[in-house]
Write a protein that binds this ligand. Structure first.
Ligand SMILES: [Zn+2]
Ligand SMILES: [Zn+2]
Ligand SMILES: [Zn+2]
Length: 157
């Protein structure tokens, strides 16, 4: 079987300090560095990472040079409360699950966010004309367009 080399870069949003971890699909570098066994489980580390230089929380995560989560605009999995990756949202717009198998397995430890507020009736359609939904960012819950990441309309809650 061919080995695919992949790379995860973690970059501080404040001081730009960065760390690159490369791995092949069948080595355990991924587990040793991030305690996850699959790339699709990168969402498990979003809220725990911080910069060792300046202590800023939630650095940007890049997989093979592509940003994996928009830290200011996180669409949250309705099953496990962890963020859904931009890559998954691009290929499956409107999905509410972080991975296809998430619905089968609820990880109680990952229920780390405060409960989301309910979407007010009058805010259901945004000024962009699309359905809005409740999302999570650096400053807490807010409303974001359901067409995210292609539409970036947001509103404070
Ligand atoms: Zn930093
Ligand atoms: Zn999930
Ligand atoms: Zn929109």
């Amino acid at each position: 079987m061919q080995k695919h080399h992949r790379e995860i870069k973690i970059e501080c949003t404040h001081c730009k300090n960065s760390k690159i971890v490369s791995f092949t699909n069948d080595d355990d570098n991924l587990y040793n560095n991030f305690k996850i066994s699959k790339i699709s489980r990168l969402n498990r580390i979003v809220f725990s990472l911080f910069c060792k230089k300046c202590n800023t929380k939630r650095p940007n995560i890049f997989l093979d040079d592509k940003l994996v989560f928009d830290q200011d605009n996180l669409k949250i999995c309705s099953n496990c409360n962890l963020p859904i990756s931009l890559q998954r949202l691009e290929s499956l717009p409107g999905t509410n699950l972080c991975t296809a198998s998430c619905v089968e397995k609820v990880d109680k430890i990952s229920k780390i966010l405060p409960l989301p507020p309910t979407l007010p009736e009058k805010e259901k359609i945004g000024r962009c004309g699309h359905q809005m939904e409740v999302r999570y960012g650096k400053h807490g819950w807010f409303l974001g367009c359901s067409k995210f990441p292609s539409c970036r309309n947001t509103k404070e809650l």
